[in-house]
Design a protein around this ligand. Structure first.
Ligand code: COA
Ligand code: ZN
Length: 315
């Protein structure tokens, strides 16, 4: 099996996850989680989003969250923005990278950002200028890349056209997002086989949701094609307020455990990550979907039951 030696994980739980929590999460708890992730060695963190506070009230404290985190040199702190207003706010708040959002399907783009795809691309041109002036990279995420909950299939020709426009605007990276967990591994491979060779120099990120238990299989398929950047959410938090049926991202600690078990390095301390996940469970007040927090790592050993131990011992 072809796997990379090292994979870069971007934690999106405090954005993709916290944006849909029913209760507002106090800013100091958001900061505590980001700081815990930093200390666990997570190399990239999408801290929050600079969107309309009426549309996503959960993240209305974006400026305060960015201002409160303890930054570690070498960790990249990013935020999601839908337009130039969001980009200016994000730069003002001191982000290291701008992550943009638009959807591959018209209906989801309208539902999510109240713009047609063409209008979004226009606004992203302004975002690109703001990012370039500030000297920070722009990574463009494409929601519903592998299927739309309203429209169904997203033709790969259409996806390629959209990637072309974003690369022309100056995107340093493209994030393909499976917003509602519709992708399967063969489809992921087919799309990446088509796109990767056509856009040399572009950094590809796969953003998965585990809605149908296909997130890790999809990540493995992408790794086989050389993708080394993946988004994940602590505890498996996540969802999209404007995509019916969306549920959590691939769980960060489950993904890190899987990668480490295969000998793929992430630079992340799994024990510390699990401790952050436990704290997030306390903060949101419910168990999260991750498995490793319950099962422990595959290296875990249980004591042999006494009757079995007796039979193992030569009498
Ligand atoms: N942050 C804060 N305020 C913003 C903003 C931003 N990023 N973008 C626009 N606004 C303000 C404008 O300044 C304007 O304010 P005013 O009425 O006081 O003049 C008002 O919002 C309307 O601007 P407009 O460009 O018409 O925005 P809209 O109402 O059509 O909303 C978005 C568009 C993109 C801002 C909104 O749909 C949004 O924030 N979507 C985010 C969705 C999301 O986060 N989804 C989950 C993540 S995938
Ligand atoms: Zn998502």
């Amino acid at each position: 099996m072809q796997v990379p030696e090292h994979v870069t994980i971007c934690e999106v739980g405090t954005r993709d996850g916290f944006q849909i929590e029913a209760d507002f999460i106090p800013t100091e708890h958001k900061i505590e989680v980001v700081d815990g992730l930093t200390e666990a060695g997570v190399p990239r963190i999408e801290v929050t989003s600079f969107v309309h506070p009426r549309v996503v009230p959960q993240l209305r404290d974006a400026e305060a969250a960015m201002a409160g985190i303890r930054r570690r040199a070498g960790t990249r702190y990013a935020a999601l923005v839908p337009n130039d207003k969001g980009a200016s706010r994000a730069i003002e708040a001191g982000v290291d990278a701008i992550h943009t959002v638009l959807s591959a399907s018209e209906s989801h783009n309208l539902a999510n950002v109240n713009m047609t795809i063409a209008e979004s691309v226009d606004r992203l041109r302004a975002v690109a200028q703001i990012a370039a002036r500030a000297g920070v990279p722009m990574q463009c995420g494409i929601s519903t890349s592998f299927g739309c909950p309203f429209e169904g299939d997203v033709p790969v020709d259409h996806l390629e056209g959209l990637v072309t426009r974003l690369v022309d605007l100056g995107a340093a990276g493209i994030g393909l997002a499976d917003t509602t967990g519709m992708a399967n591994p063969r489809q992921v491979a087919r799309v990446l086989e088509r796109l990767i060779p056509r856009f040399p120099g572009i950094e590809w990120t796969l953003h998965t949701h585990d809605t149908r238990a296909m997130a890790i299989p999809n990540i493995l398929a992408a790794m086989q094609l050389g993708v080394t950047h993946f988004d994940a959410s602590i505890g498996g938090l996540g969802g999209c307020p404007f995509a019916p049926g969306a549920s959590g991202n691939v769980c960060t600690e489950d993904l890190v455990h899987c990668l480490h078990a295969m000998g793929v390095a992430t630079g992340i301390d799994l024990d510390r990550l699990v401790a952050v996940s436990r704290r997030v469970e306390q903060i949101v007040g419910r168990p999260l979907p991750g498995q490793i927090i319950k099962a422990g790592p595959s290296s875990r050993k249980y004591p042999v039951p006494d009757p079995v131990a007796a039979r193992l011992q030569p009498s």
